[in-house]
Design a protein around this ligand. Structure first.
Ligand code: BGC
Length: 501
């Protein structure tokens, strides 16, 4: 492959090629995203399977059978929602522990732990004989997700050359979407396998988890993590290997410098609340709130349930979620292609308008025509599916991947793992909230729930316009100088040496 010089406007130039080895590392680590995506996609289908409901949630099963049950309320059950949401609550706690593991043991070891947790969790959920086994299994799986989601995006941002960081980092999200799609397909097939289809559906999470665990034996640790742990020689060796050139001095020096100043910081969590950390912290946490309040997981978790609500039969509903899952994957490629060309901001802004329109139309149709009893006519139900696809498309090339990319690239090294951990933790918290509350909100707000999401989309669009700076092509350790100190609003936190404290 030809040598390319990594450049960006007024940023240092680092030498390096895009080596096959880096691509292999990206591919293997992205299986952490696959596991996460599979977890997201599988629970909606499983909770719509009668065999599963009969065994663990007989009340919901009975209610579902009653033909005149209120459309908006037939799945409203706190325990059923807990089955989906418990995973995210556990992941929330796990991400804080995982940040310590990332800095003390490294990104690679944290990924291996993620794989281990996932495998144990799968065993418990797929083999569950009692509700408690099911929930305990979901909690352990949640630890897998928390560890994986903490380590993988950081790993990707740190091994990628600056010029391609966005695209390579989005491979995490790409694998999340592939995981969701495969889960949708598995749901579709397993719903016809009686009585143990749901066990197979849950058990297959072991495949990506196993690939992550075994595959990670073959990948490197990131140079930053090695230098952070005083393994300088090894760090330089790895940097040469992943960049494919002999002279990596400039980039290596910048990593060493960043880690040296990081070492002065005794308590990275305290440092996180200093003025200079405010911009990445506020943006990193709000991005998670916004990402979840687009309403994406109302669709990802409950697409089959939602499609049944508007009047599709069981199979048609599962199939429609396969369609939305495929759109999700394909549109993420658009993000991979555009993020380092058009930049982050334009994607966020375009999709806010795009998602606003799509969710708005869904809300209007449901408000007008979906009454608690009865269903939409065919044409309207199809328009709803098209709008769901348009909405998913917008999310998939913007708030989805950028919710992970931006927090992984904007913190300085001294607060990178702790800052990113808080972002992951917020993501899991808001994911938990939506998973736990959506079906109840749907029941009480009915079509109004879509206008709730539309309102949030307006807020996030405005926030992106005013407060999210462009980080395309800026080396990961140069954000302070090149981005924050130049931003109309955030520069106020960098006056009079405040950033040195
Ligand atoms: C989000 C998930 C979401 C997925 C959809 C991810 O970025 O964090 O909550 O389900 O995108 O593709």
């Amino acid at each position: 492959m030809p040598a390319v010089v990594i450049t960006s406007q007024d940023a240092p130039e680092f030498e390096g090629k895009v080596t096959i080895y880096v691509l292999v590392c990206v591919l293997i680590s992205a299986f952490g995203g696959f596991t996460f995506g599979y977890d997201i996609g599988i629970s909606g289908g499983v909770t719509a399977m009668d065999d599963f409901l009969k065994e663990f949630f007989p009340v919901v099963y009975e209610r579902k059978k009653v033909a005149f049950e209120n459309n908006y309320c037939k799945y409203d059950n706190q325990l059923l929602q807990l089955f989906t949401s418990s995973l995210y609550l556990a992941a929330l706690v796990a991400s804080l522990i995982a940040s310590k593991s990332c800095s003390k043991l490294g990104r690679k070891a944290t990924m291996q732990l993620a794989s281990l947790f996932s495998l144990v969790g799968v065993g418990l959920t797929a083999g569950a004989q009692h509700l408690w086994m099911l929930i305990l299994g979901r909690i352990i799986l949640g630890f897998g997700v928390g560890f994986g989601n903490q380590a993988v995006p950081l790993f990707l941002s740190e091994i990628a050359p600056a010029r391609l960081r966005g695209g390579l980092n989005i491979c995490f999200q790409l694998f999340v979407t592939i995981g969701i799609l495969i889960a949708n397909l598995v749901n579709f097939f397993c719903s016809n396998i009686h009585p143990n289809g749901w066990r197979l559906a849950l058990g297959l999470i072991s495949v990506p988890a196993f690939i992550l665990g075994v595959g990670s034996l073959a990948i490197c640790e990131t140079p930053t993590s090695l230098v952070e742990r005083q393994k300088l020689d090894q760090g330089k060796k790895v940097l040469k290997k992943i960049r494919g050139v002999a002279n990596v001095d400039l980039e290596f020096d910048s990593i060493v410098q960043a880690c040296d100043s990081a070492r002065q910081i005794k308590d990275p969590y305290r440092k996180l609340f200093s003025p200079a950390s405010r911009p990445p912290l506020v943006i990193g946490m709000l991005l998670q709130l916004f990402q979840q309040f687009t309403g994406i997981n109302a669709i990802m978790f409950y697409a089959p349930v939602l499609f049944q609500t508007v009047g599709f039969g069981n199979d048609a509903s599962l199939l429609s979620s396969v369609v939305t899952g495929s759109i999700n994957v394909l549109s993420t490629f658009v993000g991979v292609y555009l993020v380092d060309r058009a930049g982050r901001r334009i994607l966020l802004l375009e999709s806010s308008v795009h998602m606003f329109i799509a969710q708005g139309i869904i809300g209007v149709i449901l408000l007008k025509d979906l009454k608690p009893l009865g269903s939409l006519d065919k044409a309207e139900a199809i328009i709803v599916v098209i709008c769901v696809c348009a909405f998913v498309m917008g999310f998939a090339w913007s708030w989805g991947p950028l919710g992970w990319l931006i927090p992984s690239e904007t913190f300085p090294v001294e607060t990178r793992t702790s800052g990113f951990a808080l972002a992951v933790c917020c993501n899991m918290f808001f994911t938990f909230l939506i998973a736990q509350a959506f079906l109840s909100m749907l029941c009480s707000m009915q079509a109004g729930i879509f206008f709730f999401f539309v309102g949030w989309i307006v807020v996030m669009g405005l926030f992106a316009y005013f407060f999210i700076p462009e980080t395309k092509g800026v080396p990961i350790d140069a954000m302070r100088e090149k981005v924050w100190k130049k931003h109309w609003f955030w520069k106020r936190y960098f006056v009079d040496g405040q950033d040195e404290d």
